[in-house]
Design a binder for this molecule. Sequence first.
Ligand code: TRH
Length: 407
Amino acid sequence: MAAPATGACQARFFSTMLQNASAPSLAIFCKVVDNYGDIGICWRLARQLRHEHGVAVTLWVDDLASFRRICPQVDPAAEEQAVQDVAVRHWRGQDGSHAASDIPDIVIEFFGCELPPGYVEAMAARTPRPAWINYEGLTAEDWVEGCHRLPSMHPRLKLTKHFFFPGFNERTGGLLCEAGLDVRRRAFQHDPAQAAAFLARFGVTAQEAAGRKVSLFCYPDAPVDDLFRAWEKDRQPTLCLVPEGVARGQVEAFIDGAALAGTSATRGQLTVRVLPFVPQEDYDSLLWACDLNFVRGEDSWVRAQWAGRPFIWHIYLQDENLHHKKLRAFLKIYAQDLPALDAFMLGWNGAQAIGDWTAAWMALETELPRIAARAEAWREQVTAHGDLATKLLDFVRELGQGQENRV
Ligand code: TRH
């Protein structure tokens, strides 16, 4: 994008860019620390900014193989490629220099992943300078509200980075939620044929689909064996759908064989069926099709909230049990009047002992209708504050206006 000269004129250019016709350009830098959540969130954000807001997005990712797992169109060998109209570039490390003309209007650093020094130099050399956003992790803790949108000056260069925190209320950046998502979700859930057709793709029989359906996505330390035993002895049948690679040890012990996609086994009232790891768009359908979802990390946790169905969250492990603090902060705002859910989630995450998993499951099962009502009400409550992509662009627009006021 061509940039005008200097001073007030630059700032005016920056603020009008977002208000008017010309779509801004934006880069997201994503370092895959672990698993699929880092790229899962960045990819979701990239697509929404491109498709709903017309932003020209470049997504820099250091691990294309992980990206391919959630988006099979990705070529893991390509240095540059266009995927669903998003420019994807293989981020090969911190070395190298960049030209100011390569820098877009907005630069997003995901989870403080540290931009290449040469890129930051080019950002400082660009006229006007880009908006620099540090996209932070989701937590329900109160301190986030005080840190959301805070600036941090570069120690040497004339650049300011701003912190942007996702969150559950209007004092935060909100959550990623695509336009029209809930209309699609409702249409799917109101038409049992859609769920049946979706599940049939993975070999789920009509008889299996008639009982309770549960999706299971968790970290290896979840007490899956205990839960399987409780479901085996339950009064009603449960179909547990597990993506390949998840809870591998426990699933293989249950199936008594390799946990490959397509395999299944039944013991007592429980059938465990292994699914392929589906593309990200299909994962929503899986959550919508199930009566109860076990999710983990950040992105699947948020998607479970949009599914309007009861969910159990397995939080990403952090040092010094920091994750238990985060879990409790969420339960405080989500499960205050739902004691069985509160106890079950604490137990699932090892934050509280559960002596008898069958009793814990039975208590949860009894509470499920109230949890389902909560899930729907929560979705309404959180989405009323607006979606993250819109809030992010609004914030960048405000930054542009602030810049204009200062010159
Ligand atoms: O995979 P996760 O555990 O990811 C992360 C990372 O570990 C990250 O480092 C950490 O910061 C974060 O958790 C908190 O869980 P998450 O966040 O739920 O991401 C999973 C992604 O994979 C999500 O976008 C949904 C997607 N997915 C599919 O596309 N297909 C599937 O079959 C499944 C099960 C998930």
